[in-house]
Ligand binder design. Structure first.
Ligand code: SF4
Length: 287
């Protein structure tokens, strides 16, 4: 039996960015995208065939170009440079991420010290923290809390607000905020759970499927942070968990004797990738 997670695959933000990019490509023919539009090679290479050019820095484009900003969002400095160079920004930052940017900006202007819980090197975290300016700190692990508290004490900050990357692990967020609440008991501390609903429902479903099936297959791009988190959740529950990017990575020999197979896919995994895996499983395993 194959049990596919209902929340698998494109989230609203990614779906919107891919469909809008297709529209823009018809209109402009050649467009740049700052970073991979989604963390999925197949999707990106199909868009590249239609004229999308992935760049890593605005230095790589001439003035007046059309540049897409992907769902993760970018730093304040990117908007500033684009304005100065007359670059036409096609902003596909997910509305949920834009809302966080605006909230961070509002708290920063009201003098709050801003803590962002997230992966330090993730583009969304880098973008969001730029709106907080220098009075801020990123916490990725429980171990980072000590240094964060030191900064707060040294500077005598009393008003603190916490945000979290939209695709962060729910469990890790809970652990970190519980510890922060204990450490900062005498401060004005506001905790905003900005984990996206799409992420939390997917993580809940992944837990349920990992408990109910003989093995788990997680489908998603190697650079996709939310796919990696699904793998971490599933593998901590079910030792027969495998992560693949496409059907070509599937090792049938490892799952041949399994009676029930759970499938989850990350937010940037297209429906075709999931369908391709199911097709092979039906042909080779559940004959
Ligand atoms: S996971 Fe949520 S916040 Fe992130 S792009 Fe998708 S819908 Fe937007």
């Amino acid at each position: 039996m194959i049990n596919i997670g209902k929340t698998s695959g494109f989230c609203k933000g990614v779906e919107l960015s891919v469909s809008k990019t297709k529209e823009y490509l018809e209109k402009y023919k050649k467009i740049y995208c700052l970073g991979e539009l989604v963390h999925n090679k197949e999707v990106v290479s199909n868009l590249e065939k239609k004229g999308l050019i992935v760049i890593n820095n605005l230095n790589e484009v001439e003035d007046n170009s059309n540049v897409i900003l992907r769902a993760h969002g970018v730093s304040v400095s990117v908007y500033k440079e684009a304005k100065e160079r007359n670059i036409n920004i096609l902003d596909l930052t997910c509305p949920k991420v834009l809302k966080i940017h605006n909230e961070v900006k509002k708290y920063q202007e009201n003098g709050y010290f801003i803590i962002l819980i997230g992966s330090k090197l993730h583009p969304e975290t880098i973008g969001t923290i730029s709106f907080a300016k220098e009075k801020s700190f990123i916490i990725e692990q429980l171990e980072d809390i000590k240094e964060c508290i030191k900064v707060i004490e040294e500077n005598k900050y009393n008003h603190i607000v916490v945000f979290v990357q939209t695709t962060f692990s729910k469990d890790r967020f809970k652990e970190i905020t519980e510890k922060l609440s204990k450490e900062l008991i005498n401060k004005d501390l506001i905790i905003k759970n900005t984990i996206c609903n799409a992420t939390s429902s997917r993580q809940d479903e992944c837990k349920r499927l990992s408990n109910q099936n003989d093995c788990m297959i997680i489908i998603g791009g190697k650079n996709s942070s939310n796919t990696k988190k699904l793998y971490d959740i599933a593998s901590s529950i079910n030792e027969n968990t495998y992560i693949i990017e496409t059907v070509n990575d599937l090792d049938i020999s490892k799952i041949k004797d399994k009676k029930s197979i759970g499938i989850m896919a990350g937010a940037s995994t297209p429906k075709e990738s999931i369908d391709n895996v199911i097709k092979i499983l039906k042909q080779e395993v559940l004959k």
